[in-house]
Write a protein that binds this ligand. Structure first.
Ligand code: PLP
Length: 383
């Protein structure tokens, strides 16, 4: 990676050395099919089942409640379609206005298929009002699906309170915890969530593997139909190396998460303070809400985010934006639009996402270059 400063950890994270080491045998000599009955296959099956217990322990569940998938998106699709497939009499789905495209676009597809999708809005800081979710639930609500933390802003939604409401109304709740699992403590034994999606590459595991927590006795129809793998919930030979790598990342997270969080948070705060004090046009988006420690979304008035990102990239700094470029015009993301962020700020919104591998020297280097990047784009003194 050379001298790159990587502040795009919400897009993906660096696989840890211990993750790569744990996977290596399953990319080489331990190649048997875990469904084979012979001793070689059973040895690999054992590795998958140990991994299942480890991933379950990361979220406070039991091994039999974990279904491995190809990524977070597939886990989300399995959760949502899987529940709807078993509750055919109900055609109403409650979600939020700030979901990741994995949920948002699936809900759009469901609407085309005849489902009624009710989106609950957020306030100016990206916070969800649990009372509004409760008010949206009806007798024919099939499912409530909400994210735990927003990938663009890091703002956390109070899914624990929503889980209590859903349990009281007898409606299943799916939580997209792709951005939180492995980074903040998530414990399904402490709140009655029904299904929860996660993804290994967001917490220093490999790409190409995710998991869905499915609470015991939840009825779920499979998305991928084939063999009886994953208890019949997902056909297809397992990605054994990926699953073992996900477990290695989960083990690391269980052992280290609490220790690394304060350091990551203080670097994030240092980045925000440094940028706010040297760039008068900068505003932290969602800064007053409860946020994940490692994420900040900073809007710069009077610049286009893509232009900032290109200049940063030229300096070896990797960040990202929530904007989508369509037909030459930059639209602020649906997340910032739902928060009512002033488009002049939203167009110039940059997401910096850190990890425990981020250093103070890297943060100071970014703070140092921001004023000159903005002044090249003519924005420094606005705001
Ligand atoms: N949900 C959220 C909140 C995400 O941030 C992402 C990825 O950015 C996903 C779902 C999709 O996960 P994956 O990339 O593993 O499919």
């Amino acid at each position: 990676m050379g001298d790159l400063i990587y502040l795009d950890n919400n897009a993906t994270t660096k696989p840890l050395d211990e993750v790569v080491a744990a996977m290596a045998p399953y990319l080489g000599c331990e190649y048997a099919n875990p469904s084979s009955v012979h001793v070689f296959g059973q040895r690999v099956r054992h590795a998958v089942e140990v991994a299942r217990e480890t991933v379950a322990a990361l979220v406070g569940g039991a091994g039999r409640e974990i279904v491995f998938t190809g990524n977070g998106t597939e886990a989300i699709n399995l959760a949502i379609r899987g529940v709807l497939g078993c509750r055919r009499e109900c055609h109403h789905v409650v979600t939020s206005a700030v979901e990741h495209s994995a949920v948002k676009r699936l809900c759009e597809r469901l609407a085309e298929e005849g489902y009624e999708i009710e989106e609950v809005g957020v306030d100016g800081e990206g916070r969800l009002d649990v009372g509004q979710v409760e008010a949206a639930i009806r007798d024919d609500t099939a499912l409530v699906t909400l994210m735990h933390a927003n990938n663009e802003t890091g703002v956390m939604l109070d899914v624990e309170a929503v889980a209590d409401v859903c349990a009281g109304r007898g409606v299943p709740l799916h939580v997209d915890a792709v951005q939180t699992v492995g980074k903040v403590a998530v414990d399904v034994s402490r709140f009655p969530v029904t299904l929860m999606s996660m993804s290994a590459h967001k917490f220093h595991g490999p790409k190409g593997v995710g998991a869905l927590f499915v609470r015991r006795r939840t009825r779920l129809s499979p998305l991928v139909i084939g063999g009886r793998q994953e208890g019949g919930s997902r056909g297809g030979t397992e990605n054994v190396a990926g699953i073992v790598g996900m477990a290695a990342a989960a083990k690391w997270a269980v052992e280290n998460m609490d220790d690394v969080r304060p350091g990551v948070r203080s670097l994030r705060d240092r980045l925000e303070e440094g940028i706010l004090s040297s760039c008068p046009s900068a505003r932290v988006i969602g800064g007053d809400a409860l946020r994940m420690d490692h994420t900040t979304n900073i809007g710069f008035e009077g610049v286009e985010a893509e232009a900032v990102l290109i200049l940063l990239s030229g300096l070896g700094i990797c960040a990202s934006s929530g904007s989508a470029c369509s037909s030459g015009s930059l639209e602020p993301s649906h997340v910032l639009a739902a928060m009512g962020v002033d488009p002049r700020i939203g167009h110039g919104a940059i997401r910096f996402s850190l990890s425990h591998l981020t250093t103070r020297a890297e943060i100071d280097a970014v703070v140092q270059v921001m004023p000159s990047v903005l002044s090249r784009l003519g924005s420094l003194n606005r705001g």
